[in-house]
Design a protein around this ligand. Structure first.
Ligand SMILES: Cc1cc2nc3c(=O)[nH]c(=O)nc-3n(C[C@H](O)[C@H](O)[C@H](O)COP(=O)(O)OP(=O)(O)OC[C@H]3O[C@@H](n4cnc5c(N)ncnc54)[C@H](O)[C@@H]3O)c2cc1C
Length: 468
């Protein structure tokens, strides 16, 4: 039977593309090599990590965050098995949800490894070796990404002592000392989880700052907050070795600028140095599909590869490796295939770090505006001056708005604070509509809310804040 579309990979890019295409009247099949749908995000990424971040936050709060509110809790104990059970149940509910949506939208699913035989032909090899060949008008590659190692260092990830994020969300006990290689989002989120549960956590990062690419001011304050929470940092440090020892593992690093090497012992080492596009076994070379110099499938502005009828979206192509970016590309591509004008605005893709407090940003950083020679103005407002934040003892952090100096159009918003990952979306909507800081500052915000800090930062951008 011939399909209109076969999507290889059912992560947020693939499953959303399949659903949207089916909604638009196409006959769709998906191919997934995992036993469950939802890709990295639902199985081993966004969803399980957020389940653990929430549970560990509740534990930390109950252990030592409530006495000042007059709530005295004594004898908090950790049941790690149960916490992992909560994570597994959350994953199951989500992956089952995707299976339900496939059925609802009459999408056929094939479990096995998909390979592009040629344009219009996909083979599926099941675990037992049986092969089926499927025919289709269009193919979407949505095979996502995989853990990247440490550049130039041979590391054997056993997912027990030396772990990637996959092992890092499934440890069976709290390590005494966890060394996190890489101070990016995943390293800091999972480092926070284990730190809250009682591990000593040391981060070793090559760059001079954490969250490389985030606004510099945000990154500095965020590091201070995490350090106050007990996480130690070695920045500007190049890891040259990660080895297992009898009692755990050791990590060797040296200053990037030159100097003596240092070794630290760890019970668990989390390698969180990023992810790389996953294309192994897809048959791209035989099919003639071109990759770029970073191993990503090369696409044009309409997600088309160089081979007619073959498209690609999500982590396997350029752009930020984020679930919502993959989803939006899935929708846009399905619309394009249906003859519509699908489009993603890459200037307005929010990024969130789900720590406590959260860090969220959308649009340009101050560093990017400077480098591009754009004249801009800045408005800032700290949560220490926000009534709701005081009431909730959540005064860490601030909101920073960057707007064009001449037109006042908002170009970037950066927030550290409780619920920043939700707050950022009023900025995203504003920016989608090309709004100004004055538009935001003149929008009535409910009192008392953390969102009032966003309004105040906007007021500070075009004139003056009221409450400071
Ligand atoms: C620990 C962790 C936490 C994260 N947290 C967040 C977060 O909070 N927010 C966020 O936006 N992003 C987060 N991410 C990133 C997010 O998971 C990815 O950006 C997203 O999953 C990419 O979606 P995708 O559809 O491109 O690919 P994936 O989700 O990687 O899915 C690809 C799918 O393709 C399948 N596949 C691969 N090759 C084949 C083949 N040949 N045949 C059949 N199937 C194949 C794979 O099995 C997989 O299921 C996190 C990632 C990790 C690792």
């Amino acid at each position: 039977m011939a399909y209109d579309l076969i999507v290889i990979g059912t992560g947020p890019g693939g499953y959303v593309c399949a659903i949207k295409a089916a909604q638009l009247g196409m006959k769709v099949a998906v191919v997934e090599k995992r036993a469950t749908f939802g890709g990295t995000c639902l199985n081993i990424g966004c969803i399980p990590s957020k389940a653990l971040l929430h549970a560990s936050e509740v534990f930390a709060h109950a252990s030592h965050g409530m006495a000042d509110l007059g709530v005295e809790v004594s004898g908090t104990t950790l049941n790690l098995d149960k916490m992992m059970g909560h994570k597994d149940a959350t994953v199951k509910a989500n992956v089952d949800g995707v299976a339900f949506l496939f059925k609802k939208n009459k999408i056929e699913s094939f479990i096995g490894t998909g390979k592009i035989v040629s344009a219009g032909k996909v083979s599926v090899t099941a675990d037992d070796g049986t092969v089926q060949e499927l025919e289709t008008k269009n193919i979407v590659i949505a095979t996502g990404s995989d853990v990247a190692g440490i550049p130039g260092v041979a590391v054997e990830i056993d997912e027990k002592v030396i772990v990637s994020s996959t092992g890092g969300i499934a440890l069976d006990k709290v390590p005494g000392h966890m060394v996190v290689v890489g101070g990016g989002v995943i390293g800091l989120e999972l480092g926070s989880v284990w730190s809250r549960l009682g591990a000593k956590v040391t981060v070793v990062e090559y760059l001079d700052s954490i969250l490389g690419g985030m606004d510099g001011e945000v990154s500095k304050q965020f590091q201070r907050i995490l350090a106050k929470q007990g996480i130690e940092f070695n920045l500007g440090a190049k890891v040259t070795g990660v080895e297992k020892t009898e009692s755990g593992a050791k990590v060797t690093f040296e200053p990037v600028k030159g100097g003596d090497a240092q070794t630290i012992d760890a019970d668990v080492v989390l390698v969180a140095t990023g992810r790389k596009p996953f294309t192994a076994g897809l048959g791209l070379e035989e099919a003639g599909v071109v990759l770029d110099n970073r191993g990503r499938v090369e696409i044009n502005g309409h997600y088309a590869t160089n081979v007619a009828g073959i498209y690609a979206i999500g982590d396997v192509v350029k752009g930020p490796m984020l679930a919502h970016k993959a989803e939006d590309e899935g929708v846009a591509l399905a619309e394009i295939l249906a003859g519509q004008h699908g489009h993603v605005n890459y200037d307005v893709i929010p990024g969130v770090v789900y720590t406590q407090p959260e860090v969220a940003s959308v649009g340009k950083t101050e560093e990017e505006l400077k480098a591009a020679g754009v004249s801009y103005k800045v408005g800032k407002f700290p949560f220490t001056a926000n009534g709701r934040a005081r009431a909730m003892q959540a005064t860490d952090g601030f909101v920073k708005v960057l707007a064009d100096k001449d037109t006042d159009r908002v170009l970037g918003v950066h927030i550290i604070g409780l619920g920043a990952g939700e707050l950022i979306h009023e900025a995203a909507v504003l920016m989608e509509f090309g709004g100004s800081s004055e538009d935001l500052g003149r929008t009535c915000h409910a009192h008392p809310t953390m969102s009032e800090a966003v309004k105040e930062a906007a007021l500070a951008t075009f004139f003056k804040p009221i409450h400071m």
